[in-house]
Design a protein around this ligand. Sequence first.
Ligand code: OSB
Ligand code: MG
Length: 369
Amino acid sequence: MRITNIDLFKLKMPLKEIFETSMGVETHREFLLLVAHGDSGLMGLGECTAMDIPCYNYETNDTAWHILETYLIPEILNKEINHPKEFTEQFAWIRGHEMAKATLEGALWDLYAKEKRISLSAALGGKRKKIDVGISIGIEKNLPKLMEDIQRYLEQGYMRLKLKIKPGYDLEPIEAIRRKFGDIPLMADANSAYTMEDLPLFKALDDYGLLMIEQPLAYHDIIDHRKLQNELATPICLDESIHSVEDARKAIELGSCKIINIKVGRVGGLYEAKKIHDLCEERGIPVWCGGMQESGVGRAHNIAITSLNNFTIPGDTSPSDRYWERDIISPAISFSEPGVLSVPEAPGIGYELDYDAVRRYLVESKRYA
Ligand code: OSB
Ligand code: MG
């Protein structure tokens, strides 16, 4: 395949509900959309999962734009590419900037699959036709409101509930959820808000039979996580600490986690995500697909990767209407049955870009040719 021009868009979409985590409060999602036009007349879509501020990792949409414009796009335009994995190899010299890389790499995979007339899932080696879906629930200090929300999520069929926690909002809501809803599939995500000084809290949480605790300690740590895992029956799942298959190998070999959250953007793209998936499968570590409140484009990539065998735990891959009044793809992503999404069989990501919606949310755009 050969890419003749690339459109880069910055979009800002209002979230249907305010989303609070230990990192802050969000009302909107700002992100980059990349459209790669091939000489075949087909186009590949990619989404940048960086945030507008560097609170989750060091990247932002603006650093990603800089890396894309300066280093990635000029080296890709009008070059013959046989397989998207060549991209990963070509840009291995660029340290970090995983989300910038994943933006263009994702578009290459979509285009590659469309030119081969196979689904992105099939191109990645996915076999599963349906995926089970979980939901990530923001901090809600009004506990009666939290209970109502959870009741609704359970009725909608979500297969796993993830509660965002932070110091001062942890044991109490978990206790309340267990008391009201019993043994539902429940986990907690701390986004690195704690330290080993909080060991007594984690020991107390250990009694609530959580599926896992996600990233309790520092965002780059795998040493203290190992110490904590050794003290707990509850599995630790790493999110922020894992940026590559090498990070995953080291965390597994140390015993720093028993589960890994794979986010395509955080690890530099679908090829690296697949490598982490394969390693974890070999080592008996289950994985699931994390979300970054993607628009339909990134969400479709997430659905495709989740069709791989070792994605055995429901991910943060909620349908479009969890986040958006109007998504930027058509059709919007929706459950095929409660709590379940069908993996598209159409070529590539299997959804069309809705340019009217893109225009509605547009902040800026630039064409590279
Ligand atoms: O830690 O998984 C996380 C959102 C933004 C940044 C980090 C995280 C999240 C979520 C939301 O948990 C997942 C989603 O619904 O897309
Ligand atoms: Mg997380």
